[in-house]
Design a protein around this ligand. Structure first.
Ligand SMILES: C[S@@+](CC[C@H](N)C(=O)[O-])C[C@H]1O[C@@H](n2cnc3c(N)ncnc32)[C@H](O)[C@@H]1O
Length: 351
């Protein structure tokens, strides 16, 4: 049984899309009074009850799920549902009680539960999580599905099966590692401007035994263009869940996100398109012919991206917008087409 965020979309232990969400007073650190550790013996179920009530009193979100995931983790399972029968009503050792208090106190400070238990599930992978590296969200699993479906379709129609994928902004490695796990022929290059993300992707790749088909680079796509172009091409698939929040929405983030996750993973500039524009500008130089770009974006973005690409990026064709399971336009697919220059060159060569 896999750990899932409670709500769909980004409404998970603090979220970033779906519009700004006000949180009164989130800039102030809460007073973290912690319930006293009971003197006598207690069961896991009783400990969960104490902490659930305390979280509710202190305004911590997702109280039930937070308690459940912390207790399950400490008892060696992913979810309380998958624990052995009777485990929840057994008395906890003193050491376990202290661990419950330690982890729940972290959650009380509004640390996301994924950082508290230091791991999370993404598709069929369990990934190590470390602050401030971005916690993968459920809709990104849909982005991976889009890429997989297209690549599997190509393989099914006898197309090329030797693909190389580039991921811009790999975070914990969720996207690249999922693709590598599902496609044994695939090779991937993952890059991020954050050293902690590069390290975490490497750690997750090694833990999952997927490091032999993955190259990881510490590259800032806004600045290290020459390095990027020399190391990362030709590529048949460019995938990215870039920072895409509008800067003005940053102030409305849940405390879990605002205090603990890297702002550079979220803030996409004034219109949320700063990194996206750079990716699209570089794409024709990075992609092989008919190579595709798959982007996760804010629902307001597809209508801005399409005309911008048509006006500014020669050789890149906006193919389609895809919606997430809640019906919001969240994914853009573009394809490299021969530019005028290429066509003229071909004609010139033929003559
Ligand atoms: C929204 S997170 C996505 C992380 C991961 N792909 C996922 O879906 O869980 C965006 C990532 O892009 C990285 N990033 C932001 N600006 C970047 C830039 N200019 N160059 C490279 N990476 C960048 C951040 O460090 C962060 O890890």
């Amino acid at each position: 049984m896999w750990r899932r965020s409670v709500a769909t979309g980004y409404m998970c232990f603090g979220c970033r899309s779906g519009g700004p969400k006000g949180f009164p007073g989130f800039h102030a650190m809460p007073s973290c009074s912690v319930p006293a550790i009971p003197a006598g013996k207690i069961t896991a179920l009783q400990a969960m009850g104490i902490w659930r009530r305390h979280f509710e009193k202190r305004g911590v979100t997702e109280t039930e799920h937070s308690c459940n995931y912390i207790i399950a983790h400490l008892l060696g399972a992913k979810t309380v549902e998958s624990l052995e029968r009777g485990k929840l009503t057994e008395f906890l050792s003193r050491e376990k009680v202290e661990q419950v208090w330690k982890l729940c106190t972290r959650r009380l400070s509004r640390m996301p539960v994924q950082y508290v238990i230091e791991e999370w599930d993404f598709r069929d992978l369990t990934l190590k999580m470390k602050p401030p590296v971005f916690i993968p969200r459920p809709e990104t699993e849909e982005l991976v599905d889009l890429v997989l479906t297209d690549l599997q379709k190509k393989a099914g129609t006898g197309g090329d099966t030797q693909h190389t994928c580039l991921e811009v902004g790999c975070g914990s490695g969720a996207i690249s590692l999922s693709l590598l796990k599902s496609l044994p022929q695939l090779k991937a290059i993952a890059l991020d401007k954050c050293q902690a993300a590069v390290n975490l992707t490497m750690e997750n790749a090694l833990r999952l035994g997927l490091d032999d088909r993955l190259q990881i680079y510490h590259i800032d796509v806004m600045k290290d263009v020459e390095t990027l172009l020399s190391l990362c091409r030709p590529i048949s698939v460019l995938v990215s869940n870039p920072p895409y929040l509008f800067s003005e929405d940053m102030a409305s983030l849940e405390p879990e996100v605002f205090r603990f996750e890297d702002h550079a993973a979220l803030d996409g500039g004034k219109d949320g398109l700063q990194v996206i524009r750079q990716i699209l500008t570089l794409s024709p130089q990075i992609l092989s012919n008919h190579g595709r770009v798959y982007l996760e974006v804010d629902p307001r973005h597809p209508l801005l991206i399409q005309p911008w690409v048509e006006a500014h990026v020669e050789g890149l064709h906006y193919m389609e917008t895809r919606h997430d399971i809640t019906g919001r336009p969240r994914f853009c697919i573009l394809q490299k087409e021969k530019s005028l220059g290429d066509r003229e060159l071909c004609l010139g060569l033929r003559n």
